[in-house]
Design a binder for this molecule. Structure first.
Ligand code: ZN
Ligand code: ZN
Length: 417
């Protein structure tokens, strides 16, 4: 890379943050979802229907499969390398030729204008997990995956989002102005023409056009849905973003979403060398080819701090659990129990009327529990002075883990071998 800008961020762990993150743990009432269908939503439904029907009723030429794959990948990279990491986050600077190429690839994703996408995405980062987040993870999988498409919402906070860089970018502005003809051409007309060159114009339209668009959409939507639902949180538990390899594979590297939300302007989403992140590799290669520069990387020490703070949160939680454990009555330790013979126990039952039996080689005093036994008092008293191990574990009894734990509080002696 020709130049690497570094950025320092500080992170303050909130001691009271629940762990792991749970969207339902925050109480603000959610805006109810109201179905709204506009042209974009109708086109998405129509393209889905055509794509699904194509998969069942039309077998394309072998070359058309390759066209579909390339179209899908170009659109995917147009989102990840272009709309997301370049225009939404400015995580690197791209030369004009590269921006033009990425602009075309972004158009191939058929996900509205770059400007619209980037502004909503900035809102998503700024107001994550709130009603001001257009992909609010608290609203569940289907809302974050596709439900938001069928909703008309005014985001008053949008006016607070900086847009100066987008207003000044010629490629963003051209994309904004000519989005409709450009997207129709690159998403549907171009694949049809290419398919025609090997005699499969219809396959070019159905697969290179419709099936590839559906694939791109669901890959991108996975970032709003799966990446806020599945996976781990090594860098922060203060937001719902998570990290998951499968999502990274689908989204050309964007599935390392926990890191991305913690350090959004790092050009890498998969920050470790072994992380699958082809978008990161591509940007790095563009820098080597002098098509990109000023790649932003967060210093290793800052990343390590984020990881350590998250581990500290886990450790704090474990300490809380340990303290809670200490407060509870678990019953005497085995080592502290006296050793009795079976005859001694039987004598106490016969002479003193004690409610004792044996389970697992331990004498248990069940007097305080007789009336509370879910299976009835009779079943317990039937075993007074006897070994009830078989009965306790017998196939007719479904004693739970908690029942076994309760036995620990009743033990008063070990039975001599
Ligand atoms: Zn996100
Ligand atoms: Zn982002």
């Amino acid at each position: 890379m020709s130049a690497t800008a570094t950025q320092t961020q500080t992170h303050t762990a909130a001691p009271s943050t629940p762990l792991p993150y749970s969207p339902s743990s925050q109480e603000a009432p959610l805006r109810p979802w109201k179905f709204h269908l506009d042209e974009a939503g109708a086109i998405i439904i129509a393209v889905h229907i055509i794509a699904a029907a194509s998969l069942f009723y039309y077998t394309p030429a072998a070359k058309t499969w390759w066209l579909t794959f390339v179209s899908w990948q170009l659109g995917n990279f147009g989102v990840t390398v272009g709309i997301h990491r370049l225009w939404s986050h400015r995580s690197y600077t791209a030369s004009l030729p590269l921006r033009f190429a990425l602009g075309i690839m972004a158009t191939m994703a058929f996900q509205q204008r770059i400007y619209w996408w980037a502004m909503r995405h900035r809102l998503h980062h700024r107001y994550i997990d709130t009603d001001m987040d257009p992909y609010n993870a608290k609203k569940g999988f289907w809302y974050t995956h596709i439900g938001w498409v069928y909703e008309k919402v005014h985001y008053p906070k949008m006016k607070l989002i900086d847009r100066k860089d987008l207003d000044e970018d010629i490629v963003v502005q051209l994309n904004k102005k000519y989005f409709v003809p450009l997207s129709i051409f690159f998403c549907f007309v171009a694949p049809t023409i290419l398919g025609a060159t090997w005699g499969d114009a219809l396959g070019g339209f159905l697969y290179g056009g419709c099936v590839a668009r559906v694939a791109i959409w669901h890959c991108t939507w996975s970032l709003n849905s799966f990446a806020h639902l599945l996976g781990d949180q090594p860098y922060s538990t203060e937001h719902s973003a998570k990290g998951e390899l499968i999502v990274a594979i689908l989204t050309n590297g964007e599935g390392h979403h926990n890191y991305h939300h913690e350090f959004p302007n790092d050009y890498r989403n998969g920050v470790k060398a072994h992380h699958y992140d082809p978008s990161k590799w591509l940007i790095w290669a563009f820098a080597k080819l002098r098509l990109a520069h000023s790649l932003i990387t967060i210093p290793d020490a800052e990343i390590a701090k984020a990881e350590i703070q998250t581990l500290e949160q886990h450790a704090r939680r474990m300490r809380q659990i340990a303290e809670e454990e200490d407060r509870l009555l678990w019953g005497p330790e085995l080592e502290s129990l006296p050793v009795w013979t079976l005859a001694e126990m039987k004598r106490l039952v016969a002479d003193e009327g004690r409610d004792l039996f044996v389970i697992d080689g331990l004498v248990l005093d069940f007097a305080a529990f007789t009336k509370r036994h879910p299976g009835g008092e009779k079943l317990l008293t039937a075993y007074r002075g006897k070994d009830a191990t078989k009965a306790f574990y017998g196939p007719l009894n479904n004693h739970t883990k908690s029942a076994r734990t309760l036995l620990r509080t009743m033990r008063i002696a070990k039975v001599a071998p």
